[in-house]
Design a protein around this ligand. Sequence first.
Ligand SMILES: Cc1cc2nc3c(=O)[nH]c(=O)nc-3n(C[C@H](O)[C@H](O)[C@H](O)COP(=O)(O)O)c2cc1C
Length: 372
Amino acid sequence: MSLDRSVDFTGIRFQNPFLLSSAPPTESESNILRAFDAGWGGVVTKTIGLHPVVNVVGAKAKFMRTSPEDAYVSMKKRPGAALHSSWNWELISDKTLDWWLPRLRRIKEAHPDRVLIASIMAGSGNDKELQNWQRLARDCQDAGADGLELNFSCPHMDRRDMGSNIGKDEGLCSVVTEAVKEVARVPVWCKLTPATAEIEVEAGACFRGGADAIVSSNTFPSLPVIDPETLEFEINVDGQVSSGGLGGPAILPLSLAKMSQMTRAYPDRSFSGIGGISDFGQALSYILLGCGTVQVCTAAMLDQAVGPNVIKRLLAGLDAFLERHAGDGWTTVEDFRGLRRDRIVAQSEIRRPDAADYHAGHEVAEGYAPAN
Ligand SMILES: Cc1cc2nc3c(=O)[nH]c(=O)nc-3n(C[C@H](O)[C@H](O)[C@H](O)COP(=O)(O)O)c2cc1C
């Protein structure tokens, strides 16, 4: 039986289910072309907006490591330390829409068989901002983007009507999605912030607005640690820092929990998983929870900026997995997608060694002897 890496996700055909997420690996034409040459099935561009963007001085993203010797999570490089996470306070692309459009066109012409998704962002405070979303959507799809990813998730926006502030408000999630769907001829994905209690509520609002898929997670709100010697944040400008985003291995279990909340609530909908993926094993967790594609940022940044070895490992891992399960009749991702989605249940449903002693946290009814 022949193995097939390709997937159909929101009506788009991908050669494989592995994408570079919206971030530094997809911030330029040359990076995206290198990514396609390396074998990525798709890319989501660094988020494109219409408002002026000025990043803080100094390093945009840093990497935290920990080691068996000190068990300390720090940006300081030490021999033998393993990657714990990435930390960033980078804003969206500082290039204009006019800079991006000819590049989207050229990338698509060079790689018609690869998937190019444009990540876009505007505000939501008034009709003009909704029209900005529509302009970004129209222009990017006219330039050849195969789909749109709406950024409702950037964790460090100053404006109350942008980024994760949209993703925390179910009303805004619906309204913005609906505005984009009015003009979109290509599939529309919404990238949600993980910084809400019940992410399935915002996912539902996006679906009501017409979203074709939900993407999660963006980075988690976080601070760098304070150096015990200098008493300064490990990353700062003039001693000051703001909340930034945590990505990489540390967020894998957190992001899986968020994803499972949504895939259980909407088992028939499409989801793209992100967070802590560097190898097929982690991608598999997202697929088994129901995701049809997965995306990578931190691991790719640390592998020649666009992850040529990461995509090689992901593809080899998928091939080996399909070969190992040929006896089960699995030939595509669709054959095992969602297989573990229903294994997440309420605590009270987990079997106890002695069920008779378990009262789900409730006292035995007053006036009755314990049952045994
Ligand atoms: C430096 C940096 C910049 C990022 N910029 C964006 C962005 O412009 N738009 C966006 O949707 N996500 C952005 N992200 C989030 C990533 O796309 C991704 O959701 C997150 O890093 C989690 O994936 P990971 O664990 O593979 O890093 C950025 C992440 C980093 C580290």
